[in-house]
Design a protein. Structure first.
Length: 260
């Protein structure tokens, strides 16, 4: 297992603190609305699930919500490289595990739904959700600050070796790996105007969470203090542009495949 320092380094957001946990939980509420209330893709029969793994579970918010909908005997396991955001009390189980490391044999073939990663039994499903970062654009009034911050975000993530739209690759990989009936859906928040204030808050909070690191990475700020000051100024302008009618899109993608 990595040290705390390397865990933190691997996380693009500033700290695994209460603010970040709230941001993740808030992000989850928007994702749920954007998916029209479906925690699990409607092609999967929720009542049949016996064991579910959530990989990179964070605060466990997805698993905790799922726990309300599944049979009381359903096993619900969350895994993350860090335990810092795990819930303090839960009916689900949470374990520290780096998904780049192999899982112990007792987990192989155990799950009939893996949310994100590949430990699926025959007939089981893999559901992967992520953002299409380049499509997190605004409509309504123009927001040059949003465009600038998304551009910096994309450069930062690409510089770290992260994909900006991994859903395309995931779908291809699922098909190559023989997962049947792979579905890739493009979801967004445009269909519901009542989400406008949520998506503005989400973008504003998310930029606040990782842009200071991105600014440091880009060399535009010489130290953390300068980066914080620069981003606070940017966030003020961003807030005004959002107030003037610019609305960001929650550009989420979901990919579902079934192991033959
Ligand atoms: C953006 S958060 C998403 C949390 C949660 N899935 C959600 O949607 O609310 C990404 C999570 O992946 C975890 N993570 C990143 N790299 C990981 C790895 N190699 N192994 C396990 N978890 C990892 C992070 O610690 C973090 O909690």
């Amino acid at each position: 297992m990595p040290s705390d320092a390397s865990e933190q380094e691997s996380y693009v957001f500033r700290q695994r603190d209460e603010t970040e946990s709230s941001r993740l939980n808030f992000q989850h509420t928007i994702a749920l609305k954007v998916s029209q209330g479906h925690l699990i893709h409607p092609s999967i029969d929720i009542s049949s699930l016996k064991a579910v793994a959530d990989i990179g579970t964070g605060t466990g918010i997805w698993l905790e919500d799922l726990q309300q909908q599944v049979h009381s005997q359903t096993r619900l396991d969350g895994f993350d490289i860090s335990a810092a955001q795990f819930p303090s009390a839960s009916k689900c189980t949470y374990q520290v595990h780096n998904i780049l490391e192999p899982f112990a044999p007792e987990y192989h073939g155990l799950y009939d739904l893996v949310h994100i990663r590949n430990m699926v039994e025959s007939g089981g499903y893999l559901q992967w959700e992520d953002f299409d970062f380049e499509r997190i654009v605004t409509t309504g009034a123009a927001s040059p600050t949003h465009a600038e911050l998304i551009s910096l975000t994309c450069s930062f993530f690409t510089g770290l070796g992260m994909s900006l739209n991994c859903s395309i690759r995931v779908e291809e990989t699922m098909k190559q790996a023989g997962l049947a009936d792979a579905i890739r859906e493009q979801r967004n928040s445009y269909w519901d105007k009542s989400l406008d204030s949520d998506t503005k808050n989400w973008c504003w909070q998310s930029f606040g969470g990782f842009i200071p690191k991105a600014v440091l990475w880009s060399g535009k700020a010489k130290d953390e203090e300068t980066a914080e000051r620069m981003i606070n100024e940017k966030l003020q302008v961003l807030g005004k542009e959002y107030q003037s009618g610019a609305v960001p899109n929650f550009a989420q993608r979901v990919i579902v495949g079934r192991k033959a």
